[in-house]
Write a protein that binds this ligand. Structure first.
Ligand SMILES: [Zn+2]
Length: 241
């Protein structure tokens, strides 16, 4: 089996396979994963030589082959969204049917979500994707802020600024200064999974690490946190827009 490597691409079965190398400060272990939208990703400690990247990938050739096949299937079952009637959209863990109407006389776009249908009324020039994204981001902001309030009161730690972002690789993060940031696409996840991410970040205000004490604290608030964590890792790829 020939495996050849240069930064960002390695050759497997004669094919160029792109991969992303994330060298991360403070990281000690190497982890490798295939995510539908990101493809093959390798997370390593900060100074991890390319030679060792090659060795790691070579050691996992069979796994990578299987995963890439799985990814192809996943992508064909979850094609890029076109934002047209008949498509579905995941919101709060449920699939909603999209209904797009365009009215040239309408001044402002309007969205109503009811009975499993998200009805989007577009003005003449509005584009369904951006109108929907703005609406979902507003909804995400409202719900995330409410859940942060709820859990900060229970945990007894106040959050500073709360920002919603479009992060590629994480659902939430916290800063040492007490600010929180969340991926707005969490609005697509079941509310319990969203809650888990909020509790996860707030508990870092008590324990900065992922020590047993930290997980015990999380579990104290959310006894089924492991189910939500698993949902995000197994189904998180469905939270795409
Ligand atoms: Zn954490």
């Amino acid at each position: 089996m020939s495996l050849d490597i240069r930064e960002g691409v390695f050759v497997l079965d004669g094919r160029d396979i792109p991969f992303r190398l994330e060298r991360r400060k403070g990281r000690r272990r190497v982890s490798i994963f295939v995510e539908p939208r990101q493809g093959l990703v390798l997370r390593t400690p900060p100074r991890f030589p390319l030679r060792e990247v090659e060795e790691t990938l070579r050691g996992e050739e069979n796994w990578i082959r299987d995963k890439l096949l799985w990814r192809e299937n996943w992508l064909s079952e979850h094609p890029e969204r076109r934002f047209v009637s008949g498509e579905t959209l995941l919101l709060l863990g449920e699939e909603w049917a999209l209904e797009i109407h365009r009215d040239p006389l309408r001044k402002r776009a309007h969205i109503q979500a009811k009975n499993g249908i998200i009805r989007v009324d577009l003005s003449r020039s509005a584009d369904a994707r951006s109108v929907l994204e703005a609406w979902m981001r507003r909804l995400a902001r409202r719900i995330v802020l409410a859940r942060v309030d709820h859990w900060s009161a229970r945990i007894g730690k106040r959050a500073g600024r709360v920002t919603l972002r479009d992060t590629r690789s994480r659902w939430g993060s916290c800063s040492s200064t007490g600010n929180l940031s969340f991926n707005w696409k969490l609005i697509m996840a079941p509310p319990e999974a969203l809650d888990y991410v909020v509790v996860h970040e707030l508990c870092h205000f008590v324990h900065l690490d992922h020590s047993p004490d930290y997980w015990a604290l999380v579990e104290g608030y959310l006894p089924d946190f492991a189910v939500q964590r698993r949902w995000l890792s197994d189904e998180g790829a469905r939270l795409y827009f």
